[in-house]
Design a protein around this ligand. Structure first.
Ligand code: 3PG
Length: 321
């Protein structure tokens, strides 16, 4: 069995894969390079950095499974994989704690103006009046999505003393009560929240969800956090909302296109003085890298060995022999 790994995964996951398969690592390939290389492999292991397009999948004549060492599968053409009988396995929830902590870190950085304050310290300045922030306690925080990540964020924000509203079409009343969140419509979330944080996957119903119309409904001076997926916020609409003061500050870990193209709207957002930005680091902790990549490696081996697989993204899938 031959496995190609195209994004960096934890060494323990590589060891596990190597115990049962011949493993090659090749990083930073573009679509043409990957398409040229993939025919020799039975499986492909990725994170979010590799675009597993229809062209890659159809070039993978021997491909039986794609492993995603993480949660989001929006970089993988899942319908095409299903059509070709290629299983897509991922590790949902394995990096949820890391993603939740990152969202809260971005919120704290944005709400307390940590980025400019840190920069002035590096320049030997002592600015105590410029950087007055606001507090999370007593604020209404709206969460879009309270799945594996959102529910941890809700717990942390409740501990801060925030009032947490949640919009999630899959949330049951009793689950919301157990999480100490108030269920809300999107409109209620927009009109009532002082802080808004996104914890939803990117799909056809969330793409461009935060558009001009959504921003128009929000309170003036709202704080926004996105450590979920680029593409859920319309970046031009956010940039305009920052420039008018509708959005007071934003913490962004994810962007429409990653890495960010020069002179794109994403690049303008990163450069904005009231934006704290990080390069999709939500899942980048020692713990979550190990959890997610070892789980995905095990599932990939299960898929290759014809064993039942706990986390498949297609039901039903008839795996090719
Ligand atoms: C995920 O979907 O699991 C997170 O966004 C992390 O992505 P990454 O594995 O590329 O860091």
């Amino acid at each position: 069995m031959k496995v190609l790994v195209t994004d960096k995964i934890h060494p323990d996951a590589l060891t596990l894969l190597k115990s049962q398969a011949a493993v090659d690592e090749a990083y930073g390939m573009d679509e043409a390079q990957l398409t040229g290389k993939i025919p020799g492999y039975d499986a492909l292991m990725v994170r979010s950095g590799t675009q597993v397009t229809a062209a890659v999948l159809s070039a993978g004549k021997n491909l039986k499974a794609v492993g995603r060492a993480g949660t989001g599968v929006d970089n993988i053409n899942v319908p095409e994989a299903t059509r070709l009988g290629i299983m897509v396995v991922n590790a949902p929830g394995a990096n949820a704690q890391a993603a939740a902590e990152m969202a809260v870190a971005l919120l704290l950085a944005a709400i307390r103006q940590l980025k400019p304050a840190l920069e002035t310290m590096k320049q030997n300045q002592w600015e105590r009046t410029k950087f007055t922030g606001t507090e999370i306690a007593g604020k209404t925080v709206g969460l879009i999505g309270v799945g594996a990540v959102g529910k941890i964020v809700a717990k942390i924000l409740n501990a801060f003393g925030a009032h947490v509203l949640a919009y999630d079409p899959f949330l049951a009343e009793e689950k919301a009560a157990a999480m100490h969140v108030t269920m809300a419509s999107l409109e209620e979330l927009y009109t009532q929240s002082d802080i808004l944080s996104i914890h939803a996957p990117l799909n056809d119903s969330t793409r461009n969800l935060l558009d001009v119309h959504a921003f128009n409904q929000m309170k003036d001076g709202i704080m926004l956090v996105n450590a979920a997926r680029g593409g859920i916020i319309n970046e031009q609409a956010l940039l305009n909302a920052l420039n008018t003061g509708k959005v007071a500050a934003a913490g962004l870990d994810v962007f429409e296109k990653e890495p960010i193209p020069l002179e794109s709207t994403s690049a303008k957002l990163v450069a904005h003085p009231r934006v704290v930005a990080t390069p999709h680091l939500g899942a980048s902790t020692q713990e979550s890298q190990r959890n997610a990549s070892v789980l995905a490696a095990q599932l990939l081996l299960d898929a290759l060995n014809g064993q039942p697989v706990a986390s498949v993204n297609q039901l039903p899938v008839v795996q090719r022999a």
